[in-house]
Design a protein around this ligand. Sequence first.
Ligand code: F6P
Length: 340
Amino acid sequence: MAAEKMGTTLSTFIIDEQRRLGDQASGLFTGLLNDIAIACKGISNLVNKGDLAGVLGTTGTENTMGDAQKKMDLIANDLFIDALENNGHCAGMASEELDNVLCLPEGKPRGPYLVTFDPLDGSSNMDINMDVGAIFSVLKAPEGVQCPTAEDFSRPGVEQVAAGYCLYGPSSMLVLTTGNGVNGFTLCSSIGEFILTHPNMEIPEDTSEFAINMSNQRFWEQPVKDYIADCIQGEEGPLGKRYNMRWVAAMVGEIHRILIRGGIFMYPIDERNREAGGKLRLLYEGNPMAMIVEAAGGAAYTGYERILEVKPNGDPHQRVPVIMGSKNEVEKAMDYHRNA
Ligand code: F6P
């Protein structure tokens, strides 16, 4: 049995990255990412303890999107806010669990970044001891803004300066991009540090694995119905290969699998979510994951346009349809839309 791996810590990696970005002087970006890492460690600790820490179950409340809130949704949200609001690295936050964007309270030091996060993606997996995760995105605050408004967060995904997620699975992994490649760090619980274990993650261009909630089939648009029907036909169908299906029910788990071994993940527009614009959230899920997937060589579309170019409508809880993963497979699914 090999000894535990040691190597580059997340902090060392971020400092090197900051040097590369030519921002040696301020250290604010490094500080910000460290704040996020601290929130992720705190969440990992509680998720790991589960019922021993009394964090399972629901609160009886709903978030602004009408989702039943789990106890751990709110705890994770507080841990993110605690880690970010005291160190002068950001000017404000937007969270899937908050009704409105959060401008730091009077007297707290402010920094030049805005952070958006889904503090516990896939939280319905919490009580069944399956994958959950945090997803985050970093934007530059507009020049001179002290108290950011929803408008300040309403920027297309191409403007993100960093994005990442922390998957709380059998091990906790933080995966990060600042636009230049994607790197994965595994949390070593003995020393409490994320260690670089997955440098330069690249999504294989081809795949024969799809992830979609099949129970929604009757509500999908025709191009999605046709693409999935052709996948299911396997070798005998027009796509000429046998597909496998996976559904973790936590986007963070699906995207992690795709980064490791390829695949396509879809949460398309359908008859029930059409008015809302989709199911997943643009600022907390669509944009950060699209940035990661593209930086790892994959592709990310709504079915009609690049997710990173979707024009925000000013609502921080805006939803978006999602088709992302292995480049060639995503292009295939897009062809069904283009030719419809
Ligand atoms: O929006 C949260 C989310 O849990 C995603 O992480 C996941 O992909 C999806 O919803 C699961 O949805 P469903 O309830 O259709 O399985």
